[in-house]
Design a protein around this ligand. Structure first.
Ligand code: AMP
Ligand code: MG
Length: 321
């Protein structure tokens, strides 16, 4: 009888977390659910482990990674926190907020994790599986989305399996992710201004509510958020946006009154649309139709983060994505 291969997929229960923590300690990669999307985690303090993430994703090495920590105390060992950073952490951590802050010179992090930049991106996630993994490892975890670079982000374990199945050491299956869109990224600059580097589940209004009026929120130049390439989240087929009626050969993703083969939200609920966006793009990618069309989504609240991802999904592919 052939020996059965140990399964790569575990529940995030005691056994699954123990195996995952061992894989991480040894420098391997673990796909793990967070409240945003599934992350591909590796220890952030070792160059070899971090290199494993870039290799598995096929990610260009100029695109830095987010470092996940269990709490603000751990975060402060890696970056300099001014009053604004402390206030944002107090308001939104644990949660879907990433802050780009000055990297401490004595930070015990691999150089590759921030791609040689003087800043580091930090997040304290809320999902119980990710939190449990962080606490068990006692290590900072670098974790970009668990998909091949440029592809659609995963919101369930099956998406990870399809995209990275033979490239990841272990998958923790915690079901579908709640928010469905990557974290909001805020850059806090030395001159007192701040920038929304990536829209996400926390809106610009949420951030401004803490940092106060007069803060400048501008979408940053590429140099500041090197991962924000025009073409990203690509489902592998042409995508047409703001469509109310599908043309021949199009798979229509509906929203509200616009009914398609699937819908982001039949009731026009933006939070539900965010949670379903990537699952709908995965379905559209797997459908027999050659083309994808998407209904208009209002550009308010989290709708602006949805539209940001849709525009990147629709952009022409370019090198480096
Ligand atoms: P993801 O692959 O979804 O985890 O995306 C991580 C995002 O964080 C990318 O857009 C990166 O460019 C951005 N990022 C990470 N570190 C930094 C940093 N030090 N400065 C600016 N952006 C960063
Ligand atoms: Mg990603």
């Amino acid at each position: 009888m052939e020996p059965t291969k140990p399964s790569k997929v575990h529940l995030p229960d005691d056994l699954g977390l123990a195996v995952a923590a061992q894989v991480i300690a040894q420098g391997g990669t673990v796909a793990v659910p967070t409240e945003t999307v599934y992350g591909l985690a590796a220890r952030a303090d070792q160059d070899e482990a971090v290199a494993g993430i870039y290799r598995a994703k096929g990610r260009p090495d100029f695109n830095p990674l987010i470092v996940h920590v269990p709490d603000v105390t751990a975060a402060q060992t890696y970056a300099l926190f001014d009053d604004r950073a402390k206030a944002l952490a107090q308001a939104f951590w644990p949660g879907p907020l990433t802050m780009v802050l000055p990297r401490r010179k004595d930070a015990a992090l691999a150089a590759a994790v921030s791609a040689g930049l003087p800043t580091v991106a930090l997040r304290c996630p809320a999902h119980l599986a990710m939190r449990a993994l962080l606490l068990r490892c006692g290590l900072p975890l670098a974790a970009p989305s668990a998909n091949r670079s440029g592809g659609v982000s995963p919101t369930c374990a099956a998406h990870v399996m399809d995209s990275l199945g033979n490239r990841v050491d272990l998958i923790l299956d915690g079901g579908e992710t709640e928010r469905g869109l990557e974290s909001t990224i805020v850059g806090l600059r030395d001159d007192g201004t701040w920038a929304l580097l990536r829209p996400g589940p926390l809106t610009e209004t949420d951030i401004a509510g803490v940092l106060g009026a007069g803060s400048s929120a501008v979408y940053s130049a590429r140099i500041e958020a090197p991962g924000q390439l025009a073409s990203h989240y690509a489902p592998g087929k042409p995508v047409r946006l703001n469509v109310t009626e599908a043309r021949e050969g199009e798979f229509l993703i509906g929203f509200g009154a616009v009914v398609g083969q699937v819908s982001l939200s039949g009731t026009g609920d933006l939070a539900q649309a965010a949670a379903r966006l990537y699952a709908c793009l995965h379905l559209a990618a797997a459908a027999p139709e050659r083309l994808i069309a998407v209904a208009p989504v209002p550009d308010e609240g989290i709708g602006s983060a949805i539209n940001d991802r849709l525009q990147r999904a629709a952009a022409e592919p370019q090198s480096g994505s």
